[in-house]
Design a protein around this ligand. Sequence first.
Ligand SMILES: [Zn+2]
Length: 342
Amino acid sequence: MIVVRNGLAKLNGYADYADYADKEVYHRDYDAEKLEGFKDIVKLYGQEITEYGWYFYTFPTTDIEPQQLIDDVGLVMDDVSQLTSELYKKMLKMNECNVGDNEGRFVGSFENGSDLGKTGIIFLTLNDLTWDYKNLAHEFGHYVSSNCVVNNNALIQGANYDIAEAQSSGLEMLFILKAQDILEENYLSTYLGTIMDKLYALRDGSILDDFERYVYANEGMSMDEINEKYREIALDYGCEDSLILKYTWLINIHHPFTDPMYYMSYAIAYYTALQILKLANEDYQEGVENWIKLINSDMFNKGYMEIMEDVGLDCFDDEDALVDTMIYAFDIMYDSYYNNMQ
Ligand SMILES: [Zn+2]
């Protein structure tokens, strides 16, 4: 697989598949070097993410029925903005949301947008955790994007995940800030879990990106060498040795197999989501406006850097802003933890 992909990259004039994927699959307007400052900062906080993460990453169990979940999330979407309220109603009217319990169903969730028709369909299988709420809000974020497509460019292969995942996870943030009434006593854990989910992605996306770039640049490694390299990188990011499973690269992790070089986009997109959380927490309307700008961005023709500039959000290479945002997220978790103890 590595040899084949590198071969394809070389035919197209790239040093290896990682460089090829940056440009040709994900349309990134930055290169690996540009990511280094971001990863260094994530590394600094890696230990903290690992040590405290598990505590905040606990989504309570629920036995909510699919229809109730759809109705509850819809109530919050009415509060988020006019755009989300109207599109949620349209989605229900057009029968474009398929939520079911986990018996006999394909596991997982996704939104499948149509390139031309300005529509989409959500498929979601319940996990019976309050995770399902934020998950539906996330997929609905993709649905909103599919319905607001600007300047679709049918010629490009792949997608601009740095922006697409920021749209969906940005809506998770706007959603969770208004979800107190539907989540009731499960609210705080779900709120903290949703934030922690983003911090984990900053760390894990960076680990996988370093790892994949290394493997493509060093063709011919044995499976043991590949596993050992992964362990080394994960330790460098503060992961606990006992938790790093013997890494069976092509089997356990789905995306490196089907969508190599994809994970870094989650790290970058979730950083954008944390910025939206910070903005919305200070001034909800401002958070909403920034998110709508992101929804209406020309994501099929412009890269991440250019769009962040247009929208007025911070790029990942602004290191001070990144540190501020990460500390902000940690503070929310520690504050609510200590307030809860009193
Ligand atoms: Zn997504």
